[in-house]
Design a binder for this molecule. Sequence first.
Ligand SMILES: *Cc1c(COP(=O)(O)O)cnc(C)c1O
Length: 397
Amino acid sequence: MTAKTSSAETIALFDQYVIGNYRRYPICLVRGEGSRVWDAEGNSYLDLFPGWGCNILGYSPERVVSAVQQQAAQLIHVPNTWYTRAQGEFAEAICTRSFGKAFFCNSGAESIEAAVKLARLATAKEKYKIITFENGFHGRTFAAVTATAQPKYHDGFGPLVAGFTYAPHNDLEAVRRLVDDETAAILIEPVQGEGGINIPAPGFLEGLRQICDEHDMLLIFDEVQTCMGRTGFWFGYQTFGVQPDILTMAKGIAGGVACGALIAKEEIAPALRPGIHASTFGGNPLAMSAGLATIQTIEAENLLESSKMMSERFRQHFQQLQQELPIIEEVRVCGMMIGLELNIEAAPAVKKCLDRGLLINATHDTVLRLLPALNVTSEDVEEGCQILSAVLREMAE
Ligand SMILES: *Cc1c(COP(=O)(O)O)cnc(C)c1O
């Protein structure tokens, strides 16, 4: 064991050797368990935004830890020139809970790249355009960032990838106006995450499905944030009862281990033929066994059901708080996706919560975002709501 190092010592290493493309809190995290995480100084935090949504079971969930340990001792990496049991079993696990066949990669953006390529390959030759939505978020690689209809993410990167057009969220008529003979697909998050937990208006996703059916286009759901029980169902599309042709996953898919995936309907899956698309680390045994252990945990601990109950607690608490505090404009809740739209800047609330040992996120200037672990306990919910309420009351004064 090396001697314990302070957060300051670690920060000094970053200052010298790590490119500064992130704004970081001046805290070095060292260990976590459930929704709790500890820093190098021994302070503990309640994390209602664990791993930016990746830690869907909180920190170091037991089954995932032991699956990774066992797998690492057997085989860490095997390229896709071979078969591995873990990839077959994890593909079975996610496809039998959704549909079609799976392709594996390592991140959300990579899953979007695969979806865009597949959409162009699997539709008529003249079709290449993809319609996406304002305030959506699809990642940082070139196709994914072009699909992200937010100018702040495009600044300085032009020329972007050709063929993307943007519609306002929840506006079916605007989508219809954008469709032409060259449109291959519509790409949307079932619930916009980074955009502020924006829930689709009733009938909107159904309308998109209908437009796609009418024009031989594919409907792609970006479920990078909504997959794996996040919305109270295995997948966001099941929450809204609208079937996509392609679905992308990442973030929570493997309980915090880096992994991404695409699921495609049987009819279009063969368009991804040998040689046309690949990912060196995609579907590696470590990620696959972590993913399998994540699904086993959600099932063994009945987390789809219990997270729905916790979601209701959050909803009730924040709706009540909204009655009391006019700074809360809207409370948006879909399973373990929670957004509080404020009519003041949200970032100061995040800082005040941090000072009191609660970790949450601010997005889109005015939205407080919580992505609690599916196994968040009722005590965690109570404590988190108390701290956040106290902070918002203080800010409302
Ligand atoms: C986070 C996110 C992405 C990007 O995922 P990365 O793993 O960071 O590439 C894409 N789509 C959605 C909906 C996301 O929330």
